[in-house]
Design a protein around this ligand. Structure first.
Ligand SMILES: [Zn+2]
Length: 264
């Protein structure tokens, strides 16, 4: 098992730790559910449990550990500057994990990590100009231009989730309104679905029945209902596609990539 590295993907709803071989293949993973709203301590404990479980699976302990987090990160210090979907500000993630795991930790923004992985091992191998749009609970993005991963003045270049696509539109989790993420992020699809369901007043409502309550409807509920031809789910998916297209057009105009990767 020589040459394995440990990669940790920390999102707003789950953390997955994986052992990765030198060709970029994930050989083992260990995941934990994360409750981002319960503060950094609880989330860090889940990260550490998941990382230790993955480390135990390695025949030879990896000495390189990378953490990808849905956040604005200072890659030199490994500090999370701001993670809206985790509710974090200025969390010394690398230092706190180093204390627990006893090895150096590299922390990067998750969209940047996804972009780098697509460029080195995935859809963008050999491409010099690439944009990777990372869709999950939030919406992230990052660009490789002229064969370089662009960083930006405050390490946030390519964060297109917070570009305005609807002036004065839906409230985002950032301080603004009408952001791309406020329409196509997982949390936003969920919010839009619950509103549409409440407005429709169907009795019974197939999505509510499936989820076990209107407040338990998620983006996944919508996609499952869509596949079964539910008219409200179909409308929501069609609207989401339109917002996604509008955002993607903005990205292509701004960055002029030869390859656009949709990840997540
Ligand atoms: Zn926003």
């Amino acid at each position: 098992a020589g040459g394995l590295v440990l990669g940790i993907d920390l999102g707003a709803t789950k953390v997955v730790s994986g052992l990765v071989d030198p060709s970029g293949r994930v050989v083992r993973t260990s995941g934990r559910i994360v409750h981002g709203n319960r503060g950094p301590g609880v989330v860090l404990a889940a990260v550490i449990r998941s990382a230790r479980a993955a480390l135990r699976m390695a025949a030879e302990p990896p000495d390189t550990v990378g953490v990808a987090v849905a956040a604005q990160v200072d890659p030199r210090t490994g500090t999370v500057i701001h993670a809206p979907n985790l509710g974090w500000r200025d969390v010394a993630l690398a230092r706190r994990l180093e204390d627990e795991l006893g090895r150096p930790i590299h922390v990067v923004n998750d969209a940047r990590a996804a972009t780098f992985a697509e460029w080195k091992y995935g859809a963008g191998v050999g491409v010099r100009d690439l944009f990777c749009l990372a869709l999950g609970t939030g919406v992230g993005g990052s660009a490789v231009l002229g064969g370089r991963l662009i960083e930006g003045g405050t390490h946030a270049a390519g964060e297109v989730g917070h570009m305005t696509i609807v002036s004065g539109g839906r409230k985002c989790r950032c301080p603004n309104w009408g952001c791309f993420e406020a329409y196509v992020g997982g949390w936003a699809i969920e919010e839009r679905a619950r509103e549409a369901i409440r407005e429709a007043r169907r009795d019974p409502d197939p999505m509510v029945e499936r989820a076990g309550g209107v407040d338990r409807v998620t983006a996944e509920t919508v996609f499952l209902a869509y596949r079964q031809g539910d008219p409200i789910a179909r409308r929501l998916v069609r609207e989401t596609e339109r917002f996604l297209t509008d955002g993607a057009v903005g990205v292509v105009n701004a960055f002029n990539p030869t390859v656009l990767v949709l990840a997540g």
